[in-house]
Design a protein around this ligand. Structure first.
Ligand code: CAA
Length: 258
C-alpha cells in the first residue's frame, strides 16, 4: 500500500509511524486510518519489530477526526457504517507495545488515538482536549470513557463539557501521560524508550501489556488471577530460563523472543 498520509520507517527493532497531513493538522481522515491500520498490520507481522512509536509533527499529533470529511454525513450515514468504525480502534488491538509521542495538539480523535496507545510521552507544548462539544457533537472514539478512566470524572467531565484543553504539565499531574520532555527531545526520547522495550523479551513484554490492559476491563480479583496465569505461562518460555540464568551468572541475557 502506498502511503499518502503517514510516514512509516523501521529503526532497528522499532517501527515508527508519523502522522503526516501537515496542511490539516494531521486530522484523521478515512484514508489516514486505512493507512495506519495497514502499517500496524505490517509491524505486527514483522518478527523483527518489537515496539512501535506513533507520532505526529511539532504542531500537532492530530487535531481530531477530519471535520470537513464528516460534516455533511447524516444519522444513517454514521449509524449505517458504524462511524467511527472498527479500524479507528486498530491501535487498541495491536499486541506489540505502541508508544504515543505527542507534541502540539492532540484533540478529539487525536486525543482518543493517543489514549489508545499503551502510554503517552508528551512534549512540553502538548495540548490534550475533547473539543467535540464545541462543534455540536461529542467524542466518538472512546474519549468519554478513556479520559475518565485516566484523569478521573471531574477533569474528564469538565473537558468534555467545555472543550477545555489540558497542557502537558496538567496531563502529567493527572496521570494522562507518563512523562513530559522538551519538544526537541521528544522523538529521541520516545525512540530510546521503545528501543529499551524492544531489547527485552517479546513474550514477556506482550504478557505485561496484556495484563496491565486487563486492569481496565475486569475486577481486581479477576485481573490478579489473569496476571498470575500469565506469570505462570512465562515459565514456559525460553526467555524466562535465559533471563533468570543470566541474572544468576551475572551476564546480559541473550533473548530468543520465544
Ligand atoms: N478536521 C479537518 N481539518 C482540520 C482539523 C480537523 N479536525 N483541525 C484543523 N484542520 C485544518 C483547518 O481547517 C486548517 O485548514 P485550512 O488551512 O484549509 O483552513 C488547517 O488545519 C490549520 O488549522 P487552523 O488554521 O485552524 O490552525 P490554528 O493553529 O488556528 O488552530 C486548532 C489549530 C486549535 C487545532 C484548530 O484547527 C482546531 O480547533 N481544530 C479542530 C479541533 C476539533 O474540533 N477536533 C475534534 C474533531 S471531531 C472528532 O475528533 C470526533 C471524534 O471523537 C473522533
Amino acid at each position: 500500500m502506498a502511503y499518502e498520509n503517514i510516514l512509516v520507517e523501521t529503526r532497528g527493532n522499532v517501527g515508527l509511524i508519523t502522522l503526516n497531513r501537515p496542511k490539516a493538522m494531521n486530522a484523521l481522515c478515512a484514508a489516514l486510518i486505512d493507512e495506519l491500520s495497514d502499517a500496524l498490520d505490517g509491524f505486527e507481522k514483522d518478527a523483527g519489530i518489537r515496539c512501535i512509536v506513533l507520532t505526529g509533527s511539532e504542531k500537532a499529533f492530530a487535531a481530531g477526526a477530519d471535520i470537513k470529511e464528516m460534516k455533511s454525513k447524516d444519522f444513517m450515514d454514521v449509524y449505517g457504517e458504524d462511524f467511527i468504525t472498527h479500524d479507528w480502534e486498530r491501535v487498541t488491538w495491536t499486541r506489540k507495545p505502541v508508544i504515543a509521542a505527542v507534541a502540539g495538539y492532540a484533540l478529539g480523535g487525536g486525543c482518543e488515538m493517543a489514549m489508545m496507545c499503551d502510554f503517552i510521552i508528551a512534549a512540553e507544548n502538548a495540548k490534550f482536549g475533547q473539543p467535540e462539544i464545541t462543534i455540536g457533537t461529542i467524542p466518538g472514539s472512546g474519549g468519554t470513557q478513556r479520559l475518565t478512566r485516566f484523569v478521573g470524572k471531574s477533569k474528564a467531565m469538565e473537558m468534555c463539557l467545555t472543550g477545555r484543553m489540558m497542557d502537558a504539565a496538567e496531563a502529567e499531574r493527572s496521570g494522562l501521560v507518563s512523562r513530559v520532555v522538551p519538544v526537541e527531545d521528544l522523538l529521541e526520547d520516545a525512540m530510546k524508550t521503545a528501543e529499551k522495550i524492544a531489547g527485552l523479551s517479546l513474550p514477556s513484554v506482550m504478557m505485561a501489556k496484556e495484563a496491565v490492559n486487563r486492569a481496565y476491563e475486569t475486577t481486581l480479583a479477576e485481573g490478579v488471577k489473569f496476571e498470575r496465569r500469565l506469570f505462570h505461562s512465562s515459565f514456559a518460555t525460553q526467555d524466562q530460563k535465559e533471563g533468570m540464568a543470566a541474572f544468576a551468572e551475572k551476564r546480559p541475557a541473550n533473548w530468543k523472543h520465544r
